[in-house]
Design a protein around this ligand. Structure first.
Ligand code: PLP
Length: 293
C-alpha cells in the first residue's frame, strides 16, 4: 500500500508498474539513489543530505547521457512528498531513472527517461547487534570491474551485477558482507558500502578510482576532521586490512558498520574499535539532527 511518485504523479503502490519491454529491464541502463529520512530531534522527519543525493542522481544521469525530464527542485519536492504522503517517520527512499518501453535495441536516444520515487520503512539494514559487534566479511572473487575512473561518480543500475554476485557469495560462505577488490587487486568497496580502516591512529580509505563517491563517506570525512583526523586516501591491500586496528563500512543503508573479521582473520580486538564507535555515534547524531549540519 501507499503511494509512489511516477513521472510527476502520485500513483498507488500496486499501480506503479512498467511494461515487460521496459528498456532498462533488458539492458540495465538506469541510475538510482538510496536515500534515508530520519525522525530528527530538531525538525521532525527530515531527509538526510537530500541535496547531495539529488545532485549525484543528476550527475549519474549526465554521465550516462540520460535525459532528465524533471529538474532538481521537482525531484527534491517529489522525495519529500513521498515521505509525507505515506506518513513515514523514518524511511528509505529509492529514486530511479529508467528508459521506458518506447523502443527496443541498444539505441536509447529515441527513448523517454522515466523517473520514480518510492519510500518504505527500513529502519535497520543489519541487526542492531551488528552495529555494535561488527560483521564478518569475505573478500570477493568478483572484482569491481565495472567501476573505472568515470563511473565512480555514477550510481548506475548496470554497475551492480558484480555487487550482487559478491554479496551472494559472501552470504553463502556464512559472512554478512563482501569486500570487492579492483582490477589490480586493491580494496575497492563493499557491495553497497565504502570501506575504511584505522591503523596506528590514522584513518585510510580507497581513492575514488574504484569505489562510489559515497555521501556517507563524505560525511565521515567531515566528522573525522572534527575529531582531528585527516583521512588518507590510498590504495589498500588485503593484508593491510588483516592487520588493521579497526575497519568499517559506510553507506546510506548500512550507516556506519564495524567489520570484525575478514576472511576468517580477526581485525584488531575483534570488536567495534574506539574510533569507529566515535564516528558511528557522531554519524547517528548528525542524521538524527542532534548536531549542526
Ligand atoms: N558503494 C556502493 C557500490 C553503493 O551502492 C553505495 C550505496 O549507495 C555506497 C558505496 C555508499 O554510498 P552512500 O554513502 O552515498 O550511500
Amino acid at each position: 500500500d501507499g503511494l509512489i511518485w511516477l513521472d510527476g504523479e502520485m500513483v498507488p503502490w500496486r499501480e506503479a508498474k512498467v511494461h515487460v519491454l521496459t528498456h532498462t529491464l533488458h539492458y540495465g541502463m538506469g541510475v538510482f539513489e538510496g536515500v534515508r529520512a530520519y525522525n530528527t530531534e530538531s525538525d521532525g522527519t527530515a531527509i538526510f543530505r537530500l541535496k547531495e543525493h539529488t545532485d549525484r542522481l543528476f550527475r549519474s544521469a549526465h554521465i550516462l547521457g540520460m535525459n532528465m525530464p524533471f529538474d532538481k527542485d521537482a525531484l527534491n519536492a517529489a522525495q519529500k512528498a513521498v515521505v509525507r504522503e505515506n506518513n513515514l517517520e523514518e524511511a528509505y527512499l529509492r529514486p530511479m531513472c529508467f528508459y521506458g518501453s518506447e523502443g527496443m535495441g541498444l539505441r536509447a536516444d529515441n527513448l523517454q527517461t522515466h523517473v520514480m520515487v518510492a519510500a518504505w520503512e527500513w529502519p535497520s539494514y543489519m541487526s542492531p547487534e551488528a552495529k555494535e559487534l561488527g560483521i564478518k566479511v569475505r573478500t570477493s572473487s568478483y572484482t569491481r570491474h565495472h567501476v573505472n575512473i568515470t563511473m565512480c561518480k555514477a550510481k548506475a543500475n548496470g554497475n551492480y551485477i558484480n555487487s550482487m554476485l559478491a554479496l551472494k557469495e559472501a552470504l553463502d560462505c556464512g559472512c554478512e558482507e563482501a569486500l570487492l577488490l579492483d582490477n589490480e587487486g586493491y580494496v575497492a568497496e563493499g557491495s553497497g558500502e565504502n570501506f575504511f580502516l584505522v591503523y596506528k591512529d590514522t584513518i585510510y580509505t580507497p581513492e575514488l578510482t574504484s569505489c562510489l563517491d559515497g555521501i556517507t563517506r563524505g560525511t565521515i570525512f567531515e566528522l573525522a576532521a572534527e575529531l582531528g583526523y585527516t583521512i588518507k586516501e590510498k590504495r589498500i591491500t588485503r593484508d593491510e586490512v588483516y592487520v588493521a586496528d579497526e575497519a568499517f563500512f559506510t553507506g546510506t543503508a548500512a550507516e556506519v558498520l564495524p567489520i570484525r573479521e575478514l576472511d576468517g582473520r580477526i581485525i584488531g580486538s575483534g570488536k567495534r574499535g574506539p574510533i569507529t564507535e566515535k564516528l558511528q555515534s557522531m554519524y547517528f547524531d548528525a542524521v538524527k539532527g542532534r548536531r549542526p549540519q
